[in-house]
Design a protein around this ligand. Sequence first.
Ligand code: DAH
Length: 342
Amino acid sequence: MDDMKEEIANIKEQSVKEISNAKNLKELNDLRVKYLGKKGELTAILRGMGGLSPEERPVVGSLVNSVREEIENLIQEKEKEFKNQELLDRLKNETIDVTEPSKKVVLGSLHPITKIIEEVEEIFLGMGYKIADGPEVEKATYNFDKLNTPPDHPARDIQDTFYITDDIILRSQTSSVQARVMENQKPPIKIICPGAVYRSDSVDATHSPVFHQIEGLVVDKHISMADLKGTLEMFAKKCLGENTKIRFRPHHFPFTEPSAEADVSCFVCGGKGCRVCKGEGWIELLGCGEVHPNVLRNCGIDPDVYSGFAFGFGVERIAMAKYGIEDMRLLFENDIRFLKQF
Ligand code: DAH
């Protein structure tokens, strides 16, 4: 038994030395296996207890256990040391220099369509208008019927419009919002509505199946063509320059009576004739007119009490004229080289 005690003492002494010399977690683990593992040195002693007397066995057994515990504690302490050191090393290696200048954030620019819309909104907000909104996937009744455009009207042709069902379409004009606003609001009404519209057109330099319009609607007592003309003149001067003149040409829209198309004097040449106005001196700007009594009636407004004017224009057309863009496709291709010029 004394041999065994001595051996245990040796194992302990040896292990203390080795553990304190261990250089890393791997070495520590190897030591754990060497001393405490199933085939380890302490286990070997337990196995060798067969030759001891029944009185001696518990003595040796408890000695082995207390040494096992001591070794385990030493290993754990050492393990903690390594882990702490590892953390300190990482903290040291991974320090961030917060004073280092960061990468420059590349700022984009507003899309020319967005710029025009914001500019127009600004002008009309200044004249006391509110901004209205409506769905792009729209009921045909708001896009057509309520706007005095009955089912057999050519504007409803499948070639003009994208139909989702017979009753639901991608709106072909922001005029649909007129009906929605009039249904929900009592006069006085003064709104503009910018948004995307869809038509079944092939893509070329001046056409796109999706483009943008801005609609305007005013309904109150005694709203006349003179109010319309004054408003559009004011808008044209603010948007396109103080010297801009405006002219009306008779036209037809189902939802206005009388209807007109409005041109502005070319803001590039001032009316002399140039490339932008194609030698005309005038640029076609928008459609407009006095709201048709049927439209007011369809939307629950008494045309004997109230009247109104409405107008609608294409945003792309203004952007192209204003920025000298010759091909509409550029506005939809999202080429950064093009977009960053604005
Ligand atoms: N919605 C018409 C179009 O897309 C434009 C228009 C004309 C709007 C006359 C109006 C209007 O509000 O009164 O061609």
